[in-house]
Ligand binder design. Structure first.
Ligand code: ATP
Ligand code: MG
Length: 568
């Protein structure tokens, strides 16, 4: 029974692999790969693919290669290469010595291209890019053969070698597969395999002026590496015949099976690197690691843990149908994880001064506070209590409506781990009328939070001792987009039209308990009653703390699940 529970949920890819293992299709081997293109930072969609590829390899005792698909140098950069490696490791996966670059195969790929030409399966075409498009036809109309389609093998070999030697201008010729201009699948209408491009490559420098197209490089890289199952997203389904065609024409070490699955989409989020790049370059966010982005770097900075992200990837499963996952599910996974690991502390983000008038002026008591009620092993700590405190501005109302049970004039509440206090006076700014200070009395008999006479209070507030408080900046994040599907750019709209202008709110002069003074970058806390927060890894320093709100405490996902259950 327990083995059933601990094994990952079934999915159709696992079923395919299990069957291949049973029939010894690849000699009992499982070899997957994760093939990012270094043209941006990894996002949570990539995490799905990483968990899937590394996860399947581990499960079947196979291997997972980490391969940079770096065949398009104009958009690629070494900064991306480095961030991608960092993020995969951070997520918890280890590729050991299995790091590869498609660019390392350029010479081999060139050799395969010569083989195709020799076999009469590829030709040098001298139409312009625009002409090639015109000749291609449409979904309803067949294409037309290029006038260069019947060049002799000798002429093609000569031209292709001279393309490589740099004898032609960019765009003057391309190498194309010779398949079928009338194929119902547009990808099979003599697709381009190589183009001339004088662009410096971050690994091969200026050694090459011709670069292979994705469809040519990808399948062959898989074959060179002995991949058995080449897992990719659904948009490559129509490319699969080309993937297979190329491998079928050539004498390759193996013929991997391409399997497509539905990419992850998240509500209120854009995922494509093209769009993320715009947000970064146009300054809508503060970089690839902005905590509002779905990038792994952004999520890490926000306080999401690798465990929470992996759990999310497990919960969403793997299928073939396009769908959009509710952002609330991701936040639910983060909460579940942080609830277990994050120590509780008290922090006041919108402070209101409270003076306890009957508390001795110079007295300080160090009270015991529980670090995590979920985990007794995390122990307790001491927090100082004194005559001057801060409470949350939202926890007081001068003229409270019926359902407001927190502090109000004349009312008594509990201060967490401390005493009952009663509000006896309200001090206001003379000019603005704003409440700037509360006067309270405390009941010394209620130390620890209970009254010996059994009287009850309706609220327990968090607080921080004013003379001991450490100042901090707190950044509250909300959804980056107001529309559930911002990438749906119908009727000439642009996804950027739906950016939430209030996605970041910065609160200065927040007050946190003194134990946080030395909090290290990246460490995670639950601010009692407010949510989970982490010390910003970039802008925070011991003298100038900055916290990011990771996620609120309110669990909308649990609500959705419960509402669903009630309906059933
Ligand atoms: P994007 O469209 O976001 O730019 P991409 O597919 O161009 O992504 P690659 O670097 O080529 O990005 O992707 C590396 C791997 O990650 C590929 O196998 C791809 O299928 C997978 N992947 C990318 N986005 C997602 C997603 N949203 N869900 C699942 N897998 C994804
Ligand atoms: Mg891509």
């Amino acid at each position: 029974m327990s083995t059933v529970e601990s094994s990952p949920p079934p999915n159709f890819i696992r079923t395919i692999i299990a069957e291949d293992m049973r029939t010894n299709r690849h000699g009992g081997r499982v070899a997957t790969r994760f093939p990012p293109e270094p043209n941006g930072y990894l996002h949570i969609g990539h995490a799905k693919s990483i968990c899937l590829n590394f996860g399947l390899a581990a499960e079947f005792g196979g291997t997972c290669n980490f391969r940079f698909d770096d065949t398009n140098p104009s958009k690629e950069d070494i900064e991306y290469v480095e961030s991608i490696m960092y993020d995969v490791r951070w997520l918890g996966f280890d590729w050991g010595d299995r790091l590869y670059y498609a660019s390392d195969y350029f010479e081999q790929l060139y050799g395969y291209a010569l083989d195709l030409i020799r076999a009469g399966k590829a030709y040098v075409c001298s139409l312009s890019a625009e002409e090639i498009r015109d000749y291609r036809g449409t979904l309803t109309q067949p294409g037309k053969d290029s006038p260069y389609r019947n060049r002799s093998v000798e002429e093609n070999l000569d031209l292709f070698r001279r393309m490589r030697a740099g004898e032609f201008k960019d765009g003057e010729h391309v190498l194309r597969a010779k398949i079928d201009m009338a194929s119902p699948n547009l990808n099979m209408r003599d697709p381009v395999l190589y183009r001339i491009r004088r662009v410096n490559h971050h690994r091969t420098g200026d050694r090459w002026v011709i670069y292979p197209m994705y469809d040519f490089a990808h399948g062959l890289s898989d074959a060179i590496e002995g991949i058995t199952h080449s897992i990719c997203t659904m948009e490559y389904e129509d490319h699969r015949p080309l993937y297979d065609w190329i491998l079928d024409q050539l004498d390759v070490p193996c013929h991997p099976q391409q399997i497509e699955f539905a990419r992850l989409n998240l509500s209120y989020t854009v995922m494509s690197k093209r769009r993320l790049l715009q947000l970064v370059e146009k300054g809508y966010v503060r970089g690839w690691d902005d905590p509002r982005l779905p990038t792994l770097a952004g999520m890490r900075r926000r306080g999401f843990t690798p465990e929470a992200i992996r759990r999310f990837c497990e919960l969403i499963g793997v299928g073939k149908k396009e769908s959009t996952v509710d952002l609330a599910l991701l936040e639910y996974c983060v909460r579940e994880d942080l609830n277990r690991r994050a120590p509780r502390v008290m922090a006041v983000v919108r402070p209101l001064k409270m003076v306890v008038v009957n508390y001795p002026e110079d007295q300080v008591e160090w009270l015991d506070a529980v670090n995590n009620p979920e985990d007794p092993a995390m122990g307790t700590r001491k927090v100082p209590f004194s005559r001057e405190l801060y409470i949350e501005r939202e926890d007081f109302m001068e003229d409270p409506p019926r359902k407001f049970f927190r502090l109000a004039p004349g009312r008594e509440v509990r201060l967490r781990y401390a005493y009952f206090v009663r509000c006896i006076d309200v001090i206001k700014d003379e000019r603005t009328g704003e409440v700037i200070e509360l006067r309270c009395t405390y009941d010394p008999e209620t130390r620890g939070g209970g009254a010996p006479d059994g009287r009850q209070v309706k609220a327990t507030l968090h607080w921080v001792s004013a003379p001991h408080a450490v100042e901090a900046e707190v950044r509250l994040y909300d959804k980056l987009f107001l529309k559930a599907n911002p990438a749906d750019e119908k009727n000439g709209t642009d996804f950027k039209d739906h950016i939430n202008p209030d996605s970041l709110q910065v609160l200065q002069s927040c007050k946190v308990e003194p134990g946080l003074a030395q909090a290290t970058p990246g460490s995670l806390y639950q601010f009692e009653r407010l949510g989970y927060f982490c010390v910003d890894a970039v802008d925070s320093s011991p003298g100038a703390l900055v916290f990011n709100r990771t996620v609120t405490l309110r669990d909308t996902w649990a609500k959705i699940v419960n509402a669903g259950k009630q309906k059933e």
